[in-house]
Design a protein. Structure first.
Length: 334
């Protein structure tokens, strides 16, 4: 049973040495627990925060402690009345081939039209719910609004743009390659994709893509993309600050949101949010997302890295934009 622990705290961008592979015993489930065989595991940008000593919104990992995150797996042995061997489940588990968890902390994975097991880590998992509440509750666009999304081809961003389209808006997405821009425009129905690696002048690109200005901005990224979007906010604009991946590996604190004065004249609202706050409504969100996916109204994609031992590379790839849609690691076949 292989397991990844935090090998050492990264300074700046993590690398392979951040992770250490250990061989451990397959754990025995205690009363109330379930032994799960990992089929796929999720790598997420927020995990970068957990690698630092300073606490982010998620608790800091200690060196030598197993990494953990969302997993889809199969029950091997159960000491909990709700589960029996062979059931497919999802929950937060350690990065290992076999792990135990209390049965109350697992949820069932139900197969569906257009929905593989991995979808429960993406569009039907935490990233999909983040997009759902971030777009509907925080951004809350009106039909006809122009919505801009950064990190648009990723797990959260790709779903945000599609939910915003369903709300009758014009959607512009920033992403890091031509392939991603094609994905946004051709597969997801975004009105315009901007490849930010092809231009330094994001403002000019925005003027072309969003000639009427920006009413709603869903920010996954921060940095120079956000600087540009802030200069094009319309009166009563809302900015939903979901993530700032551009800063996660920074070794020095960035000196302020650089374009904050640009929120004054448009009386814009800038709101951070955390998906966990919406927990009581998770079942409703998952159900709604499932309906959209099964009806073909929302597309989803997973980028799959094969092999448990390659989980660190999958994680590191989030920072170089290797993924389209949700990045997952396939550990074993069902
Ligand atoms: P993604 O699937 O979007 O993966 C990260 C993507 O970010 C990469 O594919 C890459 O695409 C892009 N990226 C990486 N570095 C940069 C950079 N310096 N500038 C611009 N783009 C960059 O991840 P998620 O969808 O899981 O998460 C998206 C964001 O949402 C993250 O910031 C995350 O922390 C945040 N988040 C917040 C939650 C909350 O509750 N507030 C919950 C879940 C996620 P590209 O090729 O386009 O550069």
């Amino acid at each position: 049973n292989r397991q990844f622990v935090l090998g050492k705290r990264p300074e700046g961008t993590p690398d392979r040495d951040t992770f250490e592979l250990e061989e451990i015993e397959v754990p025995e489930p205690e009363y109330g627990e379930v032994l799960v065989r990992t089929l796929s595991l999720s790598v997420d940008p927020y995990m970068r925060g957990r690698m630092d000593e300073a606490e982010s919104y998620a608790e800091s990992w200690q060196v030598g402690e197993p990494m953990e995150g969302a997993v889809v797996g199969e029950v091997v042995e159960s000491e909990h009345e709700a589960w029996s061997a062979g059931a497919f489940v999802t929950g937060n588990l350690t990065w290992s081939e076999y792990a135990t968890a209390h049965g109350d902390r697992l949820s069932p994975v139900e197969p569906g039209e257009n929905l593989g097991l991995e979808a429960h880590l993406g569009v039907l998992g935490m990233p999909g719910r983040t997009a759902y509440f971030g777009t509907r509750d925080v951004l809350d666009p009106y039909p006809g609004d122009t919505v801009v999304v950064s990190g648009a081809a990723g797990a959260v961003g790709s779903t945000v743009g599609q939910i915003a389209k369903l709300a009758g808006t014009r959607v512009v997405g920033f992403a890091g390659s031509e392939e991603k821009v094609r994905y946004l425009e051709e597969d997801l129905g975004f009105d315009v994709g901007i490849n930010y690696t092809e231009t330094d002048d994001y403002r000019e690109a925005l003027d072309e893509a969003a000639p009427d200005g920006v009413d709603r901005y869903f920010d996954n990224v921060g940095g120079p993309i956000s600087d540009a979007v802030f200069t094009r906010l319309n009166v009563d604009a809302t900015v939903a600050v979901c993530g700032q991946i551009d800063t996660y590996n920074a070794t020095e604190a960035p000196t302020g949101p650089r374009k904050l004065p640009m929120v004054i004249a448009p009386r814009a609202t800038v709101q951070g949010f955390l998906v966990f706050d919406y927990e009581p409504r998770f079942p409703q969100a998952t159900e709604h997302l499932r309906e959209w996916v099964e009806a073909g109204d929302i597309e989803h994609r997973e980028t799959v890295v094969e092999g448990f031992e390659n989980a660190p590379d999958a994680f590191l790839g989030l920072f170089s934009g290797d993924n389209i849609g949700k990045q997952v690691v396939k550990v074993a076949e069902p």
